[in-house]
Design a protein around this ligand. Structure first.
Ligand code: NAD
Ligand code: TYD
Length: 354
């Protein structure tokens, strides 16, 4: 028995693979293209572990996926691979359409053919799990209830539109072809190995480097934050007991405004690594807002809590402390993943925001 993971060298995928192999001996076939967001360094702890089989490749490469399915005969596919950064999707949507839509389509077609060729027992035990986001539901008004699994799809960014499209493909492959699938729509994750283009690791890295902490607009936009290992635990619950064809919203009931997130990170840095120049709060800089910026996301997680008995283990206070400590202990990781290409992105995204 084995599982095939796509995008397992990225932020959530690598946390999932590390946790998986810490908890079970079931091998992981890890297919990842190693784009700017994928780093084998995230998996360095598995360098000599033969339960982890890494293949550098593209989810749009159908012959490669066919070969992997044929050779390793996985009992499940957990699909993380995606272009995942909203700001990048605004500057260059092409890669998002290709990987998130074409890539998911390619994977579904390969999975369908593979699944059709299995014996009855193999077919019954197979599962395709699609890892998606709450951003497909669009933006909430201040007093609106959180997103449920039946909320309307109203994606507003090229990223969320491409993820919404992929969710629809997964649904259709289940409905039309009977492919056994589950989908999860999770809120914003944070934790170790998150690429420092996303809010929390960016703020930590910039503060330590004495650089401005860029707050888009008024900073009152709200996200619902979940520690990454809690997301990974939810995915394992869904894989084990999720109902065929079901979707599950995953979130930690942690609605926090961006400016308050930055405030909490600053408070931890001031405590753990005080700067001789005074509080890192002096670095907060309001910059031009993101075009089409969604104002609020919030997840109603009751379905997964009640059906699958999943609950997050971390509060935001415990998770953010662990995260800040991890980044303080892994400054070399940050230096290595922020290559020349990354510095170019910083110029593209922040150079034009007065
Ligand atoms: P990430 O950008 O850190 O990692 C994506 C990984 O996919 C990278 O390792 C990259 O190399 C790989 N990849 C990209 N294109 C590929 C291709 N064509 N073929 C093979 N591999 C490819 O993303 P993440 O934050 O770990 O997100 C993982 C998944 O979870 C995504 O599907 C994302 O939409 C979803 N999600 C993320 C969050 C979040 O807060 N980060 C929240 C909810 C859902
Ligand atoms: P991000 O981590 O990019 O996740 P997402 O856009 O998928 O929610 O951003 C989280 C929030 O932080 C979002 O409202 C945008 C905001 N933000 C800033 O204010 N400044 C920044 O430099 C970044 C990267 C994000």
């Amino acid at each position: 028995m084995s599982i095939l993971v796509t995008g397992g060298a990225g932020f959530i995928g690598s946390n999932f693979v590390l946790d998986w192999l810490a908890l079970t001996d079931e091998p992981v076939i890890n297919l990842d293209l190693l784009t700017y967001a994928g780093n084998l360094e995230n998996l360095a702890l598995l360098a000599r572990d033969d339960r982890h089989i890494f293949i550098r490749g593209d989810i749009c490469d159908r012959p490669l996926i066919d070969r992997l399915l044929h050779r390793y005969q996985p009992r499940a596919i957990i699909h993380f691979a995606a272009e995942s950064h909203v700001d990048r999707s605004i500057h260059g949507p092409d890669a998002f359409m290709r990987t998130n839509i074409d890539g998911t389509f390619t994977l579904l077609e390969a999975a369908r053919e593979y699944w059709n060729g299995l014996n009855e027992q193999g077919r019954g035990g197979f599962r395709f799990h699609h890892v998606s986001t709450d951003e497909v539901y669009g933006s909430l008004l201040p007093k609106e209830p959180p997103f449920t699994e039946t909320s309307l799809y109203q994606p507003n960014s090229p990223y969320s539109a491409s993820k919404a499209a992929s969710d629809h493909l997964v649904r259709a492959w289940h409905h039309t072809y009977g492919l056994p699938v589950t989908t999860s729509n999770c809120s914003n994750n944070y934790g170790p190995y998150q690429f420092p283009e996303k809010l929390i690791p960016l703020v930590i890295a910039n503060a330590l480097a004495g650089k401005p902490l860029p707050i888009y607009g008024d900073g009152r936009q709200i996200r619902d934050w979940l520690y990454v290992s809690d997301h990974c635990a939810a995915l394992r619950r869904i894989l084990a007991e999720g109902r065929d064809g079901a979707t599950y919203n995953v979130g930690g009931w942690n609605e926090i405004a961006n400016i308050d997130i930055v405030g909490q990170v600053i408070a931890l840095l001031d405590e753990l690594r005080p700067s001789p120049a005074g509080s890192y709060a002096r670095l907060i800089t309001h910059v031009t807002d993101r075009p089409g910026h969604d104002r609020r996301y919030a997840i109603d997680a009751r379905k997964i809590e009640q059906e699958l008995k999943w609950r997050p283990a971390e509060t935001f206070a415990t998770g953010i402390r662990k995260t800040v400590l991890w980044y303080l202990e892994h400054r070399q990781w940050v230096e290595r993943v922020t290559s020349g290409a990354y510095r170019q992105w910083i110029d593209t995204n922040y150079g034009e925001r007065p």
